[in-house]
Design a binder for this molecule. Structure first.
Ligand SMILES: *[C@@H]1O[C@H](CO)[C@@H](O)[C@H](O)[C@H]1NC(C)=O
Ligand SMILES: *[C@@H]1O[C@H](CO)[C@@H](O)[C@H](O)[C@H]1NC(C)=O
Ligand SMILES: *[C@@H]1O[C@H](CO)[C@@H](O)[C@H](O)[C@H]1NC(C)=O
Ligand SMILES: *[C@@H]1O[C@H](CO)[C@@H](O)[C@H](O)[C@H]1NC(C)=O
Length: 365
């Protein structure tokens, strides 16, 4: 806990109790209502595979998801590059706040004008705040995503005129999810950063990179910004395989790092927000609901939370998750689709929680 954007401090037992109840009653997603008189013209996303809608299909990297079984439950088994079985959190959020059903990747060469106007994703699977992470994975660094966004704004100016383009950027919902890969497939996997940094100083480095990114985004006109906290990355099946022992419990070292990162980023964003009053930037705590699902799978209709649906479920991500291996017969029983990414069902639970907790605050501008 300790996410300072939660307005009041409620004893954690109460919060945990409410979580289950809310989420169960509240597949209440259908009941989500925008605040009065609020309009959101577009949803725009940055970050890693949680929000990558297929950008990695268009760059030379191995980290992709544009082949089966990815997309097994998406528009008739369409593998689009989304790293899950169906919709990602960007799609779900855009759908739930009535912007559109599917958010396209910015790099799609056939992207239509209307899609640009209602929002795109710049996210690139396996990128991170640490520039080394995107280098290792040969994917789009966060700074390049900001440059793509500038390029997008110029296109928007031409399409709808400067005033309307300003208006769109001014009122759009911005989503940012990044940092998991810095720990999972950089710091805890390769020795380079461990030689230079202990966990605490690595966290400081990442938080400073995140702060620079958010300030850059704000500088380009973004006001309504939701930054997703790290999930309990130690509970991802790959981390369990590395650090979870024989019983396959969550890896403590990964989770401790994620909690420290979330705590420090939360106070950094709070201070950014107080220095730039017309900006609503929040760190949305997805750690808490995610861990609740891991600890109480049955309450959410899951049977298996320690491995993914794809392959053995213990190591397969991206190219390793393919039709040469087995795929589970019913992914609704699984929190994880592959060994790193939740199923759409898992994402829906998190998104539901997120909208309920943070949307009113961020959109009340
Ligand atoms: C919403 O807009 C209507 C019409 O302009 C106005 O009467 C009403 O007070 C507004 N509500 C809020 C909460 O601002
Ligand atoms: C953004 O919208 C707010 C509220 O509608 C308005 O006060 C502000 O002037 C707008 N800023 C820009 C740059 O359009
Ligand atoms: C693994 O689970 C068994 C049975 O529940 C338990 O006895 C054992 O202590 C656990 N081992 C570890 C390392 O947690
Ligand atoms: C798949 O699993 C879910 C959740 O356990 C269950 O509700 C559903 O009936 C299952 N579907 C099939 C086809 O077995």
């Amino acid at each position: 806990m300790g996410f300072n954007f939660i307005p009041s401090r409620i004893p954690s037992t109460v919060v945990l109790f409410c979580l289950c109840v809310n989420l169960l009653v509240g597949s209440g997603i259908a009941t989500f209502k925008l605040p009065e008189n609020v309009t959101v013209p577009a949803v725009i996303a940055f970050g890693d595979s949680i929000l990558d809608q297929g950008n990695n299909n268009y760059i030379p990297t191995f980290i992709r998801a544009n082949f089966p079984p990815y997309g097994a439950n998406f528009l008739g088994e369409k593998a689009t590059g989304r790293f899950t079985n169906a919709k990602t959190p960007v799609d779900l959020i855009a759908e739930l706040i009535n912007v559109k059903e599917y958010v396209p990747p910015y790099l799609d060469p056939f992207i239509e004008d209307q899609d640009l106007i209602t929002g795109v994703s710049f996210a690139s699977g396996a990128t991170g705040l640490d520039p080394l992470t995107s280098t290792i994975n040969m994917v789009i660094p966060m700074v390049d995503q900001l440059e793509m966004f500038e390029n997008y704004i110029r296109k928007l100016d031409v399409l709808v005129g400067k005033t309307e383009a300003n208006n769109i950027i001014n009122n759009s919902l911005f989503l940012v999810a990044t940092g998991s890969d810095d720990f999972v497939d950089d710091y805890f996997t390769y020795p380079m950063r461990k030689i230079q940094y202990d966990v605490s100083s690595y966290v400081n480095f990442l938080v400073s990179e995140a702060s620079t990114f958010i300030q850059g985004l704000h500088g380009l006109g973004a006001r309504r910004v939701v930054v997703l906290s790290l999930p309990p990355v130690g509970c991802m099946p790959t981390s369990i395989t590395v650090g979870g022992g024989k019983n396959r419990s969550c890896s403590t070292m990964h989770n401790k790092a994620a909690k420290l990162f979330n705590k420090k980023l939360s106070s950094e964003l709070q201070s950014l927000r107080s220095r730039n009053p017309p900006v609503k930037v929040v760190l949305a705590d997805i750690y808490t609901p995610f861990l609740d699902v891991v600890n109480n799978p049955q309450s959410y209709g899951f049977e298996i939370v320690d491995r993914g649906c794809c392959g053995t479920g213990k190591v397969e991500v991206s190219w390793m998750c393919n039709v040469l291996g087995p795929t589970c017969s019913n992914s609704s029983k699984y929190l994880f689709w592959d060994s790193f990414h939740p199923t759409e069902k898992g994402y829906r639970i998190i998104v539901d929680y997120l909208l309920e907790r943070y949307a009113n605050d961020v959109l009340s501008l």
